[in-house]
Design a protein around this ligand. Structure first.
Ligand code: M6R
Length: 365
Protein backbone atom coordinates (compact mmCIF):
# COMPACT_ATOMS: atom_id res chain seq x y z
CA UNK A 1 0.00 0.00 0.00
CA UNK A 2 1.30 3.43 -0.99
CA UNK A 3 -0.65 5.25 1.75
CA UNK A 4 -0.21 9.00 1.54
CA UNK A 5 2.44 8.71 -1.18
CA UNK A 6 1.87 8.98 -4.90
CA UNK A 7 4.44 6.32 -5.71
CA UNK A 8 6.10 3.38 -3.96
CA UNK A 9 9.47 4.94 -4.68
CA UNK A 10 8.65 8.07 -2.69
CA UNK A 11 7.16 5.98 0.11
CA UNK A 12 10.28 3.83 0.22
CA UNK A 13 12.56 6.89 0.25
CA UNK A 14 10.60 8.18 3.24
CA UNK A 15 10.74 4.82 5.01
CA UNK A 16 14.51 5.01 5.30
CA UNK A 17 14.68 6.41 8.86
CA UNK A 18 12.60 3.41 9.95
CA UNK A 19 14.39 0.79 7.86
CA UNK A 20 17.77 2.02 9.11
CA UNK A 21 16.51 1.65 12.67
CA UNK A 22 15.28 -1.86 11.89
CA UNK A 23 18.59 -2.90 10.36
CA UNK A 24 20.41 -1.79 13.52
CA UNK A 25 17.90 -3.36 15.89
CA UNK A 26 19.32 -6.11 18.10
CA UNK A 27 22.75 -5.78 16.50
CA UNK A 28 24.37 -3.24 18.83
CA UNK A 29 24.47 -4.18 22.51
CA UNK A 30 24.68 -1.84 25.55
CA UNK A 31 28.47 -2.02 25.45
CA UNK A 32 28.26 -0.75 21.86
CA UNK A 33 29.53 -4.07 20.50
CA UNK A 34 28.13 -5.29 17.20
CA UNK A 35 26.80 -8.80 16.99
CA UNK A 36 24.64 -10.63 14.50
CA UNK A 37 22.41 -13.25 16.11
CA UNK A 38 22.24 -14.86 12.63
CA UNK A 39 26.02 -15.32 12.62
CA UNK A 40 26.29 -16.74 16.14
CA UNK A 41 26.72 -20.34 14.91
CA UNK A 42 29.52 -19.08 12.68
CA UNK A 43 31.55 -17.52 15.51
CA UNK A 44 35.20 -17.27 14.52
CA UNK A 45 34.45 -18.23 10.91
CA UNK A 46 36.01 -15.07 9.52
CA UNK A 47 39.20 -15.12 11.58
CA UNK A 48 41.44 -16.46 8.81
CA UNK A 49 40.00 -14.40 5.98
CA UNK A 50 42.81 -12.86 3.93
CA UNK A 51 40.92 -11.47 0.99
CA UNK A 52 37.35 -10.37 0.40
CA UNK A 53 35.43 -10.05 -2.84
CA UNK A 54 32.17 -8.16 -2.96
CA UNK A 55 30.02 -9.25 -5.87
CA UNK A 56 26.68 -7.80 -6.96
CA UNK A 57 24.76 -6.02 -9.74
CA UNK A 58 23.42 -2.50 -10.18
CA UNK A 59 22.62 -0.62 -7.02
CA UNK A 60 23.77 -3.53 -4.85
CA UNK A 61 27.17 -3.28 -6.59
CA UNK A 62 27.27 0.42 -5.76
CA UNK A 63 26.56 -0.45 -2.13
CA UNK A 64 29.46 -2.89 -2.36
CA UNK A 65 31.82 -0.11 -3.47
CA UNK A 66 31.11 1.77 -0.26
CA UNK A 67 31.00 -1.44 1.80
CA UNK A 68 34.42 -2.47 0.51
CA UNK A 69 35.89 0.84 1.62
CA UNK A 70 34.36 0.37 5.07
CA UNK A 71 35.80 -3.13 5.45
CA UNK A 72 39.27 -2.07 4.30
CA UNK A 73 39.32 0.96 6.53
CA UNK A 74 38.26 -0.89 9.68
CA UNK A 75 39.94 -4.26 9.19
CA UNK A 76 42.77 -3.67 6.69
CA UNK A 77 41.70 -6.84 4.85
CA UNK A 78 42.06 -6.20 1.10
CA UNK A 79 38.70 -6.02 -0.67
CA UNK A 80 37.87 -6.14 -4.34
CA UNK A 81 34.46 -5.24 -5.61
CA UNK A 82 33.15 -6.84 -8.80
CA UNK A 83 30.09 -6.78 -11.01
CA UNK A 84 28.59 -10.28 -10.81
CA UNK A 85 28.30 -10.78 -14.58
CA UNK A 86 32.04 -10.03 -14.91
CA UNK A 87 33.30 -11.82 -11.81
CA UNK A 88 31.87 -15.22 -12.65
CA UNK A 89 33.64 -15.36 -16.01
CA UNK A 90 37.01 -13.90 -15.13
CA UNK A 91 38.65 -16.80 -13.33
CA UNK A 92 38.96 -15.01 -9.97
CA UNK A 93 41.76 -15.99 -7.61
CA UNK A 94 39.99 -17.68 -4.73
CA UNK A 95 41.35 -19.77 -1.87
CA UNK A 96 39.79 -21.22 1.27
CA UNK A 97 40.84 -17.99 2.98
CA UNK A 98 38.71 -15.93 0.63
CA UNK A 99 35.37 -14.56 1.72
CA UNK A 100 32.93 -13.62 -1.02
CA UNK A 101 30.19 -11.22 0.02
CA UNK A 102 27.26 -11.24 -2.38
CA UNK A 103 24.77 -8.38 -2.11
CA UNK A 104 21.24 -8.58 -3.46
CA UNK A 105 18.00 -6.95 -2.49
CA UNK A 106 15.84 -9.65 -4.08
CA UNK A 107 18.21 -12.54 -3.50
CA UNK A 108 17.22 -13.85 -6.93
CA UNK A 109 19.51 -12.00 -9.36
CA UNK A 110 20.76 -14.66 -11.77
CA UNK A 111 24.34 -13.44 -12.20
CA UNK A 112 24.81 -12.86 -8.48
CA UNK A 113 23.48 -16.33 -7.69
CA UNK A 114 25.78 -17.86 -10.31
CA UNK A 115 28.75 -15.94 -8.88
CA UNK A 116 27.86 -17.33 -5.45
CA UNK A 117 27.84 -20.90 -6.80
CA UNK A 118 31.13 -20.36 -8.65
CA UNK A 119 32.76 -18.93 -5.52
CA UNK A 120 31.68 -21.87 -3.37
CA UNK A 121 32.83 -24.33 -6.05
CA UNK A 122 36.26 -22.72 -5.84
CA UNK A 123 36.37 -23.10 -2.06
CA UNK A 124 35.40 -19.64 -0.81
CA UNK A 125 33.01 -19.02 2.04
CA UNK A 126 30.06 -16.91 0.93
CA UNK A 127 28.21 -14.33 2.99
CA UNK A 128 24.96 -12.98 1.56
CA UNK A 129 23.66 -9.52 2.42
CA UNK A 130 20.09 -9.70 1.22
CA UNK A 131 16.67 -8.29 1.88
CA UNK A 132 14.87 -11.60 1.34
CA UNK A 133 15.95 -14.28 3.83
CA UNK A 134 13.90 -16.93 1.99
CA UNK A 135 15.56 -16.21 -1.38
CA UNK A 136 17.78 -18.51 -3.46
CA UNK A 137 20.86 -16.45 -2.60
CA UNK A 138 20.12 -16.67 1.14
CA UNK A 139 19.50 -20.41 0.83
CA UNK A 140 22.73 -21.16 -1.02
CA UNK A 141 25.12 -18.92 0.94
CA UNK A 142 27.14 -20.09 3.96
CA UNK A 143 26.11 -17.06 6.03
CA UNK A 144 23.32 -14.52 5.71
CA UNK A 145 22.86 -10.98 6.99
CA UNK A 146 19.28 -9.82 6.32
CA UNK A 147 18.94 -6.09 5.59
CA UNK A 148 15.47 -5.58 7.16
CA UNK A 149 14.34 -2.98 4.61
CA UNK A 150 10.94 -4.65 4.26
CA UNK A 151 9.46 -5.31 0.81
CA UNK A 152 10.80 -2.94 -1.84
CA UNK A 153 8.24 -2.55 -4.62
CA UNK A 154 9.57 0.28 -6.80
CA UNK A 155 12.00 -0.96 -9.44
CA UNK A 156 14.42 1.80 -8.46
CA UNK A 157 16.16 0.64 -5.32
CA UNK A 158 16.36 3.16 -2.46
CA UNK A 159 15.80 1.81 1.04
CA UNK A 160 17.52 -1.44 0.09
CA UNK A 161 20.68 0.51 -0.81
CA UNK A 162 20.87 2.48 2.45
CA UNK A 163 20.23 -0.61 4.56
CA UNK A 164 22.92 -2.45 2.57
CA UNK A 165 25.38 0.32 3.45
CA UNK A 166 24.36 0.08 7.07
CA UNK A 167 24.68 -3.73 7.08
CA UNK A 168 28.17 -3.34 5.59
CA UNK A 169 29.14 -0.89 8.28
CA UNK A 170 27.88 -3.19 11.04
CA UNK A 171 29.65 -6.15 9.45
CA UNK A 172 32.89 -4.16 9.16
CA UNK A 173 32.76 -3.34 12.86
CA UNK A 174 31.94 -6.97 13.65
CA UNK A 175 34.95 -8.19 11.64
CA UNK A 176 37.17 -5.53 13.20
CA UNK A 177 36.11 -6.69 16.67
CA UNK A 178 37.16 -10.24 15.75
CA UNK A 179 40.46 -9.09 14.32
CA UNK A 180 41.04 -6.41 16.95
CA UNK A 181 41.84 -3.79 14.35
CA UNK A 182 39.49 -1.05 15.52
CA UNK A 183 40.57 1.44 18.19
CA UNK A 184 38.15 2.21 21.02
CA UNK A 185 37.71 5.85 20.05
CA UNK A 186 36.75 5.21 16.43
CA UNK A 187 34.54 2.31 17.53
CA UNK A 188 32.61 4.60 19.87
CA UNK A 189 32.35 7.35 17.25
CA UNK A 190 31.09 4.92 14.64
CA UNK A 191 28.38 3.47 16.84
CA UNK A 192 27.31 6.94 17.88
CA UNK A 193 27.29 7.99 14.21
CA UNK A 194 25.19 4.96 13.26
CA UNK A 195 22.63 5.66 15.94
CA UNK A 196 22.29 9.27 14.76
CA UNK A 197 21.55 8.29 11.15
CA UNK A 198 17.75 7.75 11.27
CA UNK A 199 17.11 11.23 12.66
CA UNK A 200 19.65 12.75 10.26
CA UNK A 201 17.94 11.10 7.26
CA UNK A 202 14.64 12.52 8.51
CA UNK A 203 16.24 15.94 8.48
CA UNK A 204 17.47 15.52 4.90
CA UNK A 205 13.95 14.50 3.87
CA UNK A 206 12.44 17.55 5.56
CA UNK A 207 14.74 19.87 3.60
CA UNK A 208 13.82 18.36 0.26
CA UNK A 209 12.49 21.51 -1.31
CA UNK A 210 15.61 22.86 -2.96
CA UNK A 211 16.46 19.49 -4.50
CA UNK A 212 12.89 19.28 -5.78
CA UNK A 213 13.24 22.62 -7.57
CA UNK A 214 16.59 21.59 -8.98
CA UNK A 215 15.13 18.27 -10.17
CA UNK A 216 12.35 20.05 -12.01
CA UNK A 217 14.88 22.34 -13.67
CA UNK A 218 16.86 19.46 -15.20
CA UNK A 219 13.96 17.70 -16.85
CA UNK A 220 14.86 18.96 -20.32
CA UNK A 221 18.61 18.53 -20.00
CA UNK A 222 20.26 16.35 -22.66
CA UNK A 223 22.89 15.17 -20.30
CA UNK A 224 24.03 15.60 -16.74
CA UNK A 225 27.14 14.79 -14.74
CA UNK A 226 27.68 13.59 -11.20
CA UNK A 227 31.14 14.19 -9.80
CA UNK A 228 32.89 13.34 -6.55
CA UNK A 229 36.03 11.84 -5.06
CA UNK A 230 36.46 8.78 -2.85
CA UNK A 231 33.19 7.61 -1.35
CA UNK A 232 31.49 10.59 -2.98
CA UNK A 233 32.37 9.04 -6.32
CA UNK A 234 30.72 5.75 -5.30
CA UNK A 235 27.58 7.70 -4.32
CA UNK A 236 27.76 9.61 -7.61
CA UNK A 237 27.58 6.30 -9.48
CA UNK A 238 24.42 5.40 -7.59
CA UNK A 239 22.85 8.84 -8.14
CA UNK A 240 23.54 8.61 -11.85
CA UNK A 241 22.06 5.12 -12.16
CA UNK A 242 18.93 6.22 -10.30
CA UNK A 243 18.43 9.22 -12.56
CA UNK A 244 18.96 7.24 -15.79
CA UNK A 245 16.72 4.42 -14.67
CA UNK A 246 13.57 6.42 -14.00
CA UNK A 247 13.97 9.80 -15.76
CA UNK A 248 15.65 8.44 -18.94
CA UNK A 249 17.94 11.49 -18.90
CA UNK A 250 21.45 10.58 -19.90
CA UNK A 251 23.92 11.03 -17.10
CA UNK A 252 27.37 9.96 -16.18
CA UNK A 253 29.21 9.71 -12.89
CA UNK A 254 32.80 10.78 -13.01
CA UNK A 255 35.62 10.74 -10.51
CA UNK A 256 36.10 14.49 -10.15
CA UNK A 257 39.86 14.26 -10.70
CA UNK A 258 39.32 12.48 -14.02
CA UNK A 259 37.33 15.28 -15.62
CA UNK A 260 40.21 16.83 -17.42
CA UNK A 261 41.17 13.47 -18.84
CA UNK A 262 38.23 13.56 -21.20
CA UNK A 263 34.77 14.41 -19.95
CA UNK A 264 35.37 18.12 -19.43
CA UNK A 265 34.98 18.39 -23.22
CA UNK A 266 31.26 17.65 -22.79
CA UNK A 267 30.58 20.51 -20.38
CA UNK A 268 28.93 23.46 -22.06
CA UNK A 269 26.78 26.38 -21.05
CA UNK A 270 24.05 25.25 -18.62
CA UNK A 271 25.10 21.58 -18.45
CA UNK A 272 23.86 20.48 -15.02
CA UNK A 273 26.54 19.04 -12.75
CA UNK A 274 25.83 17.52 -9.35
CA UNK A 275 28.94 17.72 -7.23
CA UNK A 276 29.23 15.62 -4.08
CA UNK A 277 31.56 17.25 -1.58
CA UNK A 278 31.29 15.38 1.71
CA UNK A 279 34.87 14.09 1.78
CA UNK A 280 36.46 16.77 3.92
CA UNK A 281 40.03 15.60 3.29
CA UNK A 282 39.43 16.08 -0.42
CA UNK A 283 37.25 19.15 -0.07
CA UNK A 284 39.62 21.70 -1.65
CA UNK A 285 40.35 19.39 -4.54
CA UNK A 286 36.71 18.83 -5.40
CA UNK A 287 36.01 22.56 -5.07
CA UNK A 288 38.67 23.25 -7.67
CA UNK A 289 36.96 20.71 -9.96
CA UNK A 290 33.71 22.59 -9.45
CA UNK A 291 35.46 25.79 -10.51
CA UNK A 292 36.71 24.03 -13.66
CA UNK A 293 33.20 23.03 -14.75
CA UNK A 294 31.78 26.41 -13.75
CA UNK A 295 34.36 28.11 -15.94
CA UNK A 296 32.90 26.14 -18.89
CA UNK A 297 29.37 27.31 -18.09
CA UNK A 298 28.05 24.38 -16.01
CA UNK A 299 25.26 24.88 -13.52
CA UNK A 300 26.36 23.19 -10.33
CA UNK A 301 24.30 21.70 -7.54
CA UNK A 302 26.61 20.98 -4.62
CA UNK A 303 25.81 18.37 -2.00
CA UNK A 304 27.88 19.00 1.07
CA UNK A 305 28.00 18.91 4.85
CA UNK A 306 26.34 21.66 6.92
CA UNK A 307 28.79 24.41 7.70
CA UNK A 308 30.65 24.34 4.37
CA UNK A 309 29.27 27.73 3.48
CA UNK A 310 32.20 28.63 1.22
CA UNK A 311 30.74 26.22 -1.28
CA UNK A 312 27.92 28.71 -1.71
CA UNK A 313 30.40 30.81 -3.71
CA UNK A 314 31.58 27.96 -5.89
CA UNK A 315 28.27 26.20 -6.69
CA UNK A 316 24.98 27.64 -7.95
CA UNK A 317 22.79 25.72 -5.55
CA UNK A 318 23.55 23.76 -2.42
CA UNK A 319 21.95 20.95 -0.50
CA UNK A 320 23.35 20.46 2.99
CA UNK A 321 23.47 17.13 4.77
CA UNK A 322 24.05 16.80 8.53
CA UNK A 323 27.62 16.17 9.70
CA UNK A 324 28.61 12.53 10.15
CA UNK A 325 31.69 10.36 9.93
CA UNK A 326 33.18 10.09 6.46
CA UNK A 327 32.32 6.38 6.24
CA UNK A 328 28.66 7.10 7.02
CA UNK A 329 28.19 10.17 4.83
CA UNK A 330 27.07 8.11 1.78
CA UNK A 331 23.92 7.03 3.68
CA UNK A 332 22.97 10.70 3.97
CA UNK A 333 24.34 12.00 0.67
CA UNK A 334 22.43 9.51 -1.45
CA UNK A 335 19.04 10.70 -0.18
CA UNK A 336 19.00 14.02 -2.11
CA UNK A 337 20.09 12.08 -5.20
CA UNK A 338 17.17 9.68 -4.82
CA UNK A 339 14.86 12.68 -4.57
CA UNK A 340 16.40 14.38 -7.61
CA UNK A 341 15.78 11.24 -9.67
CA UNK A 342 12.24 10.96 -8.33
CA UNK A 343 11.19 14.58 -8.88
CA UNK A 344 12.82 14.82 -12.32
CA UNK A 345 10.86 11.73 -13.40
CA UNK A 346 7.70 13.11 -11.84
CA UNK A 347 8.11 16.36 -13.80
CA UNK A 348 8.53 14.27 -16.95
CA UNK A 349 5.38 12.27 -16.27
CA UNK A 350 7.17 8.91 -16.34
CA UNK A 351 5.94 5.66 -14.88
CA UNK A 352 8.20 6.02 -11.84
CA UNK A 353 7.62 2.70 -10.11
CA UNK A 354 7.85 0.70 -13.32
CA UNK A 355 10.42 2.29 -15.63
CA UNK A 356 10.48 1.13 -19.22
CA UNK A 357 12.46 -1.99 -20.16
CA UNK A 358 13.30 -2.90 -16.56
CA UNK A 359 12.18 -5.56 -14.10
CA UNK A 360 12.43 -5.51 -10.30
CA UNK A 361 14.16 -8.81 -10.14
CA UNK A 362 16.55 -9.85 -12.92
CA UNK A 363 16.36 -13.63 -12.98
CA UNK A 364 17.83 -14.01 -16.47
CA UNK A 365 21.52 -13.62 -17.26
O1 M6R B 1 17.85 -7.66 -6.32
P1 M6R B 1 19.26 -7.19 -6.56
O2 M6R B 1 19.75 -6.28 -5.49
O3 M6R B 1 20.22 -8.31 -6.80
O4 M6R B 1 19.17 -6.35 -7.89
C1 M6R B 1 20.32 -5.84 -8.50
C2 M6R B 1 19.98 -4.81 -9.54
O5 M6R B 1 19.20 -5.36 -10.56
C3 M6R B 1 19.22 -3.62 -8.95
O6 M6R B 1 19.92 -3.04 -7.89
C4 M6R B 1 18.98 -2.53 -10.00
O7 M6R B 1 20.20 -1.96 -10.40
C5 M6R B 1 18.01 -1.47 -9.45
N1 M6R B 1 16.81 -1.45 -10.21
C6 M6R B 1 18.60 -0.08 -9.39
O8 M6R B 1 17.71 0.83 -8.85
Amino acid sequence: EKGQFEHFMLKEIHEQPLTLRNTMLGRINDRDEVSFPELAPAAGAFKDVEKIFIVACGTAYHAGLVGGAMIEKLTRIPVQCDIASEFRYRDPIITDRTLVVVVSQSGETADTLAALHESRRRGAKVLAITNVPTSSIARDADFVIPTMAGPEIAVASTKAYTTQLLAFCLFSIYLAQEKRTLGQKLHAELVQGLKALPVQVEKVLENANEVKLFAESIKDADSLFFIGRGLDYAVALEGSLKLKEISYIHSEAYAAGELKHGTLALIEKDTPVIALVTHMELYEKTVSNIKEVKARGARVMGITVEGNVELLNAADEICFIPPSLQLLAPILAVVPLQLIAYYASLALGNDIDKPRNLAKSVTVE
